[in-house]
Ligand binder design. Sequence first.
Ligand code: NAI
Length: 467
Amino acid sequence: MSENSFDLVIIGSGPGGYVAAIRGAQLGLKTALIEKSKTLGGTCLNVGCIPSKALLHSSEMFHFVGHGAAAHGIDLTNLSISIEQLMAKKDKTVDQLCGGIQHLMKANKIKVFNGLGILEGDSKVRVRATGEDTVLNGKHIIIATGSASIELPFLKYDGETVVSSTEAIAFEQVPKQLAVVGAGAIGLELGSVWARLGAEVNVIEFLPVIAPTFDKDVSKMAERLFKKQGLNFHLKTKVTGIKKSKGKQILTAEKAGKVIEFEVDKVLVAVGRKPFTDGLGLDAAGVTTDDKGRILVDAHYQTSATGVYAIGDVIPGPMLAHKAEEEAVACVECIAGQAGHVNYDVIPNVIYTDPEIASVGLGDSDAKAQGYETKVGKFNFAGNGRAIATDATDGFAKVIADKKTDRILGVQLIGKGASELIASTVAHMEYGGSAEDLARTVHAHPTVSEAIKEAALAVDGNALHSA
Ligand code: NAI
C-alpha cells in the first residue's frame, strides 16, 4: 500500500471522526484523519460541550458563593470575578483535551492530515492545505464533518452583537443585557452562565415551553427554577429583527400581535444546528442529501456513493456527541465485517443547567402519541434524605412504563446530578428492564439515586417515602 493509500480515510475529527479513527486502528485498518482546524476534537471539544461545561462549573461556583454560601455560615465579603481568569481556565481544559486526542492518534498510529478534506470520487480525497495539496486514496471514506449554527435570515451573525455559541463562550466581559433566542440546550446553558455572572438575560422562545423536547412537567419546573435564578422568559414570542435607535441596539420581537423591544448589547442565537458539508464535494462524489442537507445513509452508514459513509451531526438523528461516537464505532465495525449497531431508542439527552435536566427513551406524552398505554411513577427529590442534606431538593424523577408489559419506555429527570443519574436507567432500558426490575435494584443509602428507585416503585403505587 503506497504512503497515501489507506483502508480508512475519515474527514472531521470531532467525537464521531476521532472515535472512528481509533476503532479503525483497533481493528487493524490503516487509518487517516483529516481536520481543517488547527486542533482536533471538533465543535464538541473546541467550542461546544467541553468549554461550556467548564464555564457552567465556574459560574455555578461563583453563583453559589454569592447566593448560597451564607446559609452554610460561610462569610465571603467583597466577592469578585475575573472573566479573563475564568476564560483562561476554560481554555486550559480545552487545550488539555485537544492534546489528549493528539496523543491518542499517535498511540494508535493514525496519520493526521491538517487541511480541508474534499471528496473527488473514485476513492480519492484531496486535503487542501496552505502550501501543497495532498491526495489520499481511501478504500473506505467516512464523512464526520459535524454541524454549524443555524442563522436566522432577519438576524444575521455579525460576530460582535449577534453571535452564535462559539462567540458566547468567549465574551471578554459580562454583557449588561444579553438576549438569547431559543430556549433549547444551548440557550439555557449559556443563558445560565451569563445570568450567574451578572448579565440581565432575556430568553425568547417561539414555543409555549422551554426545553421543548422534555415532558411538560419537566419544562414547567425548569422554567420556574431558572426564573428564580434571574432568567427572564418570553414564550410564544417571535424575534423579528435588530435595529439601532439613539445609539442603542434594539432587538425586536412580536407576541400575540404586539411588538416587544429589548435593549441589548449581545444577542445569542441558539435555534438549532444544521449539517456542515461546505466545500466537501458531495456532488462530485455522488453523495445525496435530504431537503435539510443531511446526508442519507443506510443501516450500515453507507451513503449513496459506494465506499463513502457518514456519521454524527451530518446524518439524521439527534445532534449529540455520544450519538456520533456510537455511530463511529458501529460504522467502522460494519466496514470491518462485524455487526456494528446503535440502539437509537436508548440515547440519553441532557441539559447541563442547575438543576440539570436529563431523559432517555420516550416521555409520557411521546409514548402516548405512539399508542402506548402508560403507567407513570414520579418521586420528588424533596422526599430524598441525601437531597435534603445537600440542598438538592428541587427536582423529580419520573419513570414511564408500558402498562401491558411493565417495560420501561423512558425516564425523565430534573435535579442536581441528573446527567450522571440518568446512566443507570439507560443501562436498565438497554437490557429491556421493567419498572419492577429498577424498583428491586438496590441503591446505596443515602444517595439521590434512591429517588429513581422510588419513582420506579411509584409506577405501581409502592413508593416508600412519599405520603
Ligand atoms: P435546540 O434545537 O436544542 O433548541 C432550539 C430552540 O430554539 C427550540 O426550543 C426552538 O423552539 C427555538 N426556536 C427555533 N427558532 C426560533 C425562533 N425563530 N425564535 C425563537 N425561538 C426559536 O437547539 P440549540 O440549543 O441551538 O442546540 C443545537 C443542537 O446542539 C441541538 O441538537 C442540541 O441537542 C445540541 N446540543 C446539545 C447539548 C447538550 O447535549 N447538552 C448542548 C448544546 C447543544
